[in-house]
Design a protein around this ligand. Structure first.
Ligand code: COA
Length: 322
């Protein structure tokens, strides 16, 4: 049996951290409103030299160092992003060049906030098929570039950043060993108008700005996330009681609380970084995972559930043993 084993994580954030109070000097909002409605206190905003690809490369270097893997030994890069450096080529190929990898397979996946879960399933399938041995799976975003800074209902919610993991194909006969145990993805394209960007190469010819009907997204998020986590656990042959950690997409503290409650999971098992990073879309799950791996909360042999939902709608979960 081949399993994809998580051997390292890394993260990268822009140099500039912006508090709610600082934001309130430019936008008609308050620290109280943002904290009460979302739990967000800070977000990082990329400077002109910080892009989705440079943040992704920095996060990847940290993940490779943690895994003890040389860049030259990576044979697959899957990068989840909705904010690529260019329309083409993929930001994954830019990361490949920044890491100095002479040859590998490199491509982007687009599933917005659930992009990292999509990237994990794609990489896991390619590793288990025996086609690749060592994958960098990255979520990286610069949402600050597609925010309408005149729209206070959206611009206060998002931030920039990147997270990366190294997945390695390992042959093992031990069912209780480490690795990705199950993944489950969904998409429902009927909900395009609830969360979208009002531009694109094939429509307006512009990049466009993010538009969202927040209340309706909220309603779908709690139902979909609780359901897909249950599906993932069932595929892995586990129950919610056996979960050590949930590492959710960090959109809103109230969504995290409501989802954990629905599954009967105590809040202490949920990794929360939304207060520090805001919603970093595809980067949020690997950023939170890296935080909890490095601060010693997540240890070897534990059951970890990753979950996310985003524009499309798309949503998914992954269950792994560290
Ligand atoms: N500061 C102050 N007031 C604000 C504000 C801000 N940044 N943004 C909106 N408001 C105001 C609105 O104008 C509205 O005022 P009104 O009642 O006078 O019209 C009021 O706050 C309520 O707005 P509403 O949008 O109904 O608030 P809400 O309780 O639904 O909270 C969100 C808004 C966005 C925080 C919430 O809907 C949410 O988190 N949705 C999910 C979003 C999400 O997670 N998206 C990403 C998924 S990947």
């Amino acid at each position: 049996m081949i399993r994809s084993v998580l051997t390292g994580t890394g993260a990268a954030l822009p140099a500039r951290r912006v508090s709610n109070a600082e934001l309130a000097q430019q936008v008609d909002t308050t620290d109280e409103w943002i904290v009460e409605r979302t739990g967000i206190r800070f977000r990082y905003i990329a400077g002109p030299d910080e892009t989705t690809a440079t943040l992704a490369a920095d996060a990847s270097k940290a993940a490779l160092a943690a895994a003890g893997v040389l860049a030259a030994d990576v044979d697959l890069i899957v990068l989840a992003t909705a904010t690529p450096d260019q329309t083409f080529p993929s930001s994954a190929t830019k990361v490949q060049a920044l890491l100095g990898i002479a040859d590998c397979v490199a491509f982007d996946v687009a599933a917005v906030c659930s992009g990292f879960l999509y990237a994990v399933q794609v990489a896991d399938a390619m590793l288990r098929a025996g086609v690749h041995r060592r994958a960098l799976v990255i979520g990286s975003e610069t949402f600050s570039r597609i925010l309408d800074w005149e729209d206070r209902a959206t611009c206060v919610l998002f931030g920039d950043g990147a997270g990366a993991i190294v997945l390695e194909a390992r042959e093992s006969a031990d069912a209780a060993g480490p690795g990705i145990l199950a993944t489950k993805l969904h998409a429902d394209g009927r909900h395009n108008d609830l969360l979208y960007v009002d531009g694109g190469p094939s429509t307006t010819g512009t990049v466009g700005k993010l538009r969202m009907k927040g209340r309706e997204v909220f309603r779908h998020a709690v139902v979909n996330l609780a359901a897909v986590m249950e599906e993932g656990l069932q595929l892995a042959g586990l129950t919610a009681a056996e979960v050590d950690w949930v590492v959710p997409h960090q959109a809103n503290a109230r969504i995290l609380d409501a989802t954990a409650r629905k599954l009967g999971l105590p809040p202490e098992k949920v990794v929360v970084t939304v207060d520090q990073h805001a919603n970093t879309s595809a980067a949020s799950v690997p950023l939170a995972l890296d935080t909890a791996m490095r601060d010693g909360r997540i240890n070897a042999g534990q059951i970890v559930v990753l979950e996310a939902m985003g524009g499309g709608f798309t949503w998914g979960a992954a269950v792994l043993r560290t």
